[in-house]
Design a protein around this ligand. Structure first.
Ligand SMILES: [Zn+2]
Length: 614
């Protein structure tokens, strides 16, 4: 960075910090504030990666369409009502309404009025960035303007509001994204006003749930706020507005009592609320990037590793939305006691964010492996949100498992699902100084400029049903760079790479990115065949004989009547039913047993873990 620009940044940060005035020029035209760490890998812009036909694109298109057609008066109603403004239009229903009948645990109607408005706004802004669809951009701009009219300095909206930080954090994300991705001219100024409005209702620091319970409160719901997730969006608001007051706020809400022990490898997860504490790891990553303190990177890495150590074979975690104490067989025990095994859209959204941060900061492919396991076994099998807000919430790994909708409309998971489906594409590829990283195997196309040469890479695959992935280049002229391919840790010895039909010389090492450096030219193609051996994974170390059947990244769920006697060899000898089917079948003494991935399960009962003979 040259001296003039550095000086300019310093000056403008000072102006923004001291007078709390934002520049009048469109803020997206200005450079972001300086940060301490630039990760090795960067994300592409949303417009640079497109999903091609397949189930993940279907989820994105469905969510985009549903939120594009939501009634705007209904979305704004709780904000207008609580500010005493005229509030026309229908109620949304479920958690979203402003009413006085919320009565936990029996009745969750009107639990958190307007809670997910910011997430719907964020999802639409990202969908606009992916598609360039003008009506989507116009809707984002209209919603920001109408929301702005409800923001006044006294923050009447938050009077007697159970979870002010929770809702503000989502609003914050929506406004940042409206500015960044939908080029909304007012969004940052509204963000600053909304911040002023909520501050009198926030505590002096991030509070754990135990601390909240210890303080005076009117309702149990007042002890469920998530102040510890605020720093991520405050750090982002700082970078995008260059207003250093946001940096101060981010630092104020860093939960030191959580990140300190995690950075020293002390497991403080047991008993904590699962999703919000995984989400908080993304605040640690922003603290690391902006402040440059390695402690926060260690906290995020250790925290995610501890989560993975108590994950189900699907990659899901947190039975009954809580982390268990390790070493006591409690994950296994949860299979008989709860149907609320994994908070799927929120958990997957949080998991994608933290694995994306860690992959970018470390270049380690294990984070890509972790991301795809959660993708194919959980969110990709979530049933679609319905127009009335009926939503998929928990994946159920109970011995009597089935897919159900959540009883309350417009829950938290209706906010994270459209955000996540808009992020599938940018999670698939990353940019490095010397080339491109291919992280997820999804039908998709990425376009970028390499040394001023326009390059397009088109990925064709039916993965993970099949093990074959093709990457084809379209290039304006030949260019030398490296394509890094994620070779999953589970990949077998027969994994093969060929380039333009010939076996490549590179040595394939599972659990690493494989670097292919070449002078790439138009019509070159890479083919990767991943050997996907079957394996068995136990619930936990205390229950080695209760196992899930895995094939590559996929958990296979048993369908129908489960024989009383099962042996390991029988499961490991399972075979594909047909190339047109997702099903696998294992021969047992009692006949054949069908296995099916989560994505292919409809209303039938299923079972993830089955007991085998020792
Ligand atoms: Zn949720």
């Amino acid at each position: 960075m040259d001296a003039t620009r550095r000086q300019f940044l310093r000056t403008s940060a000072m102006v923004a910090g001291s007078a709390a005035v934002l520049p009048s020029a469109p803020a997206w035209a200005l450079p972001s504030a300086e940060v301490a760490i630039s990760p090795t890998l960067s994300v592409f812009e949303y417009s640079q990666v497109q999903l091609l036909d397949g189930p993940l694109r279907e989820q994105f298109v469905h969510n985009h369409d549903l939120f594009l057609h939501l009634d705007e008066d209904a979305l704004l109603k709780p904000f207008r009502q609580r500010e005493g403004m005229p509030a026309p239009g229908p109620d949304m229903g479920g958690w979203y309404d402003n009413a006085d009948d919320f009565n936990p645990p029996e009745n969750f109607h009107a639990f958190i009025p307007g809670h997910s408005f910011g997430q719907y706004l964020s999802a639409l802004a990202r969908a606009y960035a992916v598609t360039g669809d003008k009506p989507t951009q116009e809707k984002v701009h209209r919603l920001v303007r109408a929301f702005a009219a409800t923001v006044e300095p006294s923050g009447k909206f938050y009077v007697d509001y159970h979870l002010p930080a929770y809702t503000f954090d989502k609003t914050s994300c929506g406004l940042i994204d409206a500015h960044e991705f939908a080029k909304c001219p007012d969004a940052l100024e509204v963000h600053w006003r909304a911040t002023q409005a909520v501050l009198p209702y926030l505590p002096e620091k991030a509070l754990s749930r135990a601390e909240q319970r210890a303080r005076p409160h009117k309702s149990v719901a007042d002890t469920w706020d998530e102040t510890y997730t605020l720093p991520e969006n405050f750090f982002l608001a700082y970078q995008r507005s260059r207003n250093s007051r946001y940096r101060d706020l981010a630092i104020r809400f860093i939960e030191q009592d959580y990140f300190g022990p995690l950075s020293d490898d002390q497991n403080v997860l047991p008993g904590e609320h699962a999703y919000s504490h995984v989400n908080a790891l993304s605040s640690a990553m922003q603290a690391y990037l902006v402040l440059g303190d390695e402690k926060y990177l260690r906290a995020a890495r250790n925290g995610l590793r501890m989560v993975e150590e108590q994950s189900y074979a699907t990659g899901g975690w947190g039975p009954d939305e809580a982390f268990v104490t390790p070493g006591k067989g409690l994950l296994d025990a949860s299979l008989g006691t709860t149907h609320a095994s994994f908070e799927t859209p929120c958990g997957s959204y949080g998991h994608f964010k933290i694995t994306r941060y860690l992959l970018r900061a470390t270049g380690n492919s294990r984070y890509g492996d972790s991301m795809e396991r959660v993708l194919y076994n959980t969110i990709a099998g979530a049933t679609p949100i319905l127009a009335d807000g009926t939503s998929f919430y928990y994946s159920d790994y109970n011995y009597q498992g089935s897919k159900v909708h959540h009883k309350d409309k417009w829950p938290c998971c209706s906010g994270t699902f459209p955000q996540l489906s808009a992020d599938y594409a940018i999670s698939s590829y990353y940019r490095s100084r010397d080339g491109i990283y291919v992280n997820l195997f999804i039908p998709s196309r990425v376009t970028w400029s390499q040394n001023n040469t326009q390059c397009t890479l088109t990925q064709t695959t039916n993965y993970p049903r099949t093990n074959w992935i093709q990457l084809a280049f379209a290039m304006a002229r030949p260019e030398n760079f490296t394509v890094y391919l994620r070779i999953p840790a589970w990949a077998g010895a027969k994994t093969m790479l060929s380039i333009n039909g010939s076996r490549a010389q590179e040595t394939i090492e599972p659990g690493k990115f494989l670097a292919c450096q070449r002078t790439w030219k138009d019509n070159d193609r890479i083919e990767l065949e991943l050997e996907m051996p079957l394996r068995l994974e136990p619930t936990d170390d205390q229950n080695r004989n209760n196992v899930a059947l895995m094939r590559g990244p996929l958990a296979l769920f048993a369908i129908g009547e489960i024989p009383s006697r099962l042996r390991r060899e029988q499961l490991l000898a399972a075979t594909a039913v047909a190339s047109s089917s997702d099903d696998w079948t294992a021969k047992t003494e009692a006949g054949s047993l069908t296995f099916r991935p989560f994505m292919a399960i409809m209303s039938e009962r299923y079972r993830l873990y089955n007991r085998v003979e020792a």
